[in-house]
Write a protein that binds this ligand. Structure first.
Ligand SMILES: [Zn+2]
Length: 299
């Protein structure tokens, strides 16, 4: 089977690897981002491409898939909307990081869409919803085995569903988004409003005091409720067979998959409850790279 290169651009690291969905990844590596700026992205991608040339050679690569944070308008190919973590990335087409002289097909998609695609593929689920709980909340929808993008590429932004009327300010600038309560940054921001001593805490420090700090426990519980409400509503709307939750927040136990399952099932009508599986993601930090490779395989 042909091999493809997957590149997953994140806020703190660029992950890449090659392989295919049948044999898995033949190679996987991570490059940390030191300075968040466009020239750093370009330099890292040049290094990645050099490493590919040295280790496997482009004659053995049949296409390149790129995962990117942010909303991607598929008409223009550009990252659109608001991204306070990577403001310089707005209005750029991630595919343009790859020189046309390579002569390879290049496709790009939102990183959470690719996570959903990778997990759906491994679980052999045709209809799936993938959620990443990290500094923000990402989500992707897979319908009939393919990423559902909507009319413009904006589908599946579950983190920005309004869950509290005139609520807390979200990174997107609007008030009351689910992300403002359920994400790692959202949790920290809500706690910081209560007391500045939470300002500089890492998630691991916040979780370490959860059992002794009612404020922390209360905000985590509220975030989980908002997350589960939004997921349950989407399950009712889309009828997926699988919901997968991953991302750094899930990996370190911000929410337990058992608690999430219980909350979501309680919110679902019986017909959905007996049909939808809710699972922890299995691909960890490789999900974006694997999804990017599958994107090329499906093209
Ligand atoms: Zn928002």
């Amino acid at each position: 089977m042909k091999s493809y290169l997957g590149i997953d651009i994140g806020g703190s690291a660029v992950k890449f690897g090659w392989g295919n969905s049948q044999s898995g990844l033949q190679y996987f590596s991570t490059v940390h981002i030191k300075n968040k700026c466009l020239s750093e992205f370009k330099t890292i991608i040049e290094k990645v491409l050099k490493e590919v040339e040295t280790r496997i050679g482009f004659s053995n690569i049949h296409g390149i898939g790129i995962g990117s944070p942010g909303t991607i308008d598929f008409h223009s190919g550009k990252v659109v909307g608001v991204n306070p973590n990577l403001p310089f990335w707005i209005n750029h087409d991630p595919c343009e990081l790859i020189p046309a002289t390579l002569g390879l097909p290049v496709l790009c998609d939102n990183d959470a869409n690719l996570m959903a695609l990778a997990e759906a593929n491994s679980h052999k689920a045709k209809h799936a919803l993938g959620i990443t709980v990290g500094s923000g909340i990402g989500s992707g929808i897979v319908i009939d085995g393919k990423i559902y993008r909507g009319a413009n590429g904006f589908a599946g932004e579950l983190g920005h569903v309004i869950v509290v009327d005139s609520g807390a300010k979200c990174n997107c600038g609007r008030l009351g988004c689910m992300e403002a309560y359920a994400s790692v940054d959202g949790l920290r921001n809500r706690l910081s409003e209560e007391s500045p001593h939470y300002n500089d805490m890492q998630l691991s420090q916040i979780l370490a005091i959860k059992s002794a700090d009612q404020l922390v426990a209360g905000h985590i519980n509220f975030g989980q409720k908002m997350l589960c409400g939004a997921v349950a509503g989407t399950v009712i709307a889309l009828d997926p067979e699988l919901v997968v939750l991953g991302g750094g927040g899930m990996d370190v136990g911000l929410y337990s998959i058992a608690d999430i399952k219980k909350d979501i099932y309680e919110l679902l009508p019986e017909v959905n409850r007996s049909k939808v599986q809710i699972k922890q993601a299995t691909h960890g930090n490789k999900a974006g790279v694997i999804g990017a490779i599958i994107l090329l395989e499906q093209a």
